[in-house]
Design a protein around this ligand. Structure first.
Ligand code: FES
Ligand code: FES
Length: 168
């Protein structure tokens, strides 16, 4: 039997009928048609499905859609506004923080919560903060730089250099 639920997704109310076993990630991708939320594993380990639920990052493959009833969800599609892209999107663009881009939506949403809780994190705090999100391409250095850049932008500080750093 299907259950009616209502979610606010990226600021808009949406109503759905879902099976009790439907995962939130499947609802977002297949019923809300927001395919920027990715599925990279079936073991809750990659973080590609990360989104924000009431401002907290969560792996949406570990949550039933019915558990999200009444909650406010932010997906990558909700990050840019009429004013432009979100600082985290700008950070990833300016610092080449993505290669294939598969991990990027989840990585950015996780980083937003990290920066909201800790606006000026150290490199180590960033690396710990994103340790639940796996990237198979970048080696993480540019992701860390992207998050540092976004943090500076969100704080209103001088933006760090986007020049590549070469390891000798
Ligand atoms: S799809 Fe890998 S953690 Fe959710
Ligand atoms: S950019 Fe390819 S998995 Fe992260």
């Amino acid at each position: 039997m299907k259950t009616p639920i209502t979610l606010k997704i990226n600021g808009e109310e949406h109503s759905f009928e879902v099976e009790p076993r439907t995962l939130l990630v499947h609802l977002i991708r297949e019923q809300a048609n927001m395919t920027g939320t990715h599925i990279g594993c079936d073991t809750s380990s990659c973080g590609a499905c990360t989104l924000l639920i009431d401002g907290k990052s969560a792996k949406s493959c570990t949550i039933l859609a019915v558990q999200a009833n009444g909650k406010e969800i932010t997906t990558v599609e909700g990050l840019a506004t009429a004013e432009g892209v979100h600082p985290i999107q700008e950070g990833f663009k300016e610092n080449h923080g993505l290669h294939c881009g598969f991990c990027t939506p989840g990585m950015m949403l996780r980083a937003i919560e990290l920066l909201e809780k800790n606006p000026d994190p150290t490199e180590e705090e960033i690396r710990w903060g994103i340790s639940g999100n796996l990237c198979r391409c970048t080696g993480y250095n540019n992701i860390v730089k992207a998050i540092q850049y976004a943090g500076a932008k969100m704080r209103g500080d001088e933006l760090p250099s986007t020049e590549p750093v070469f390891v000798e």
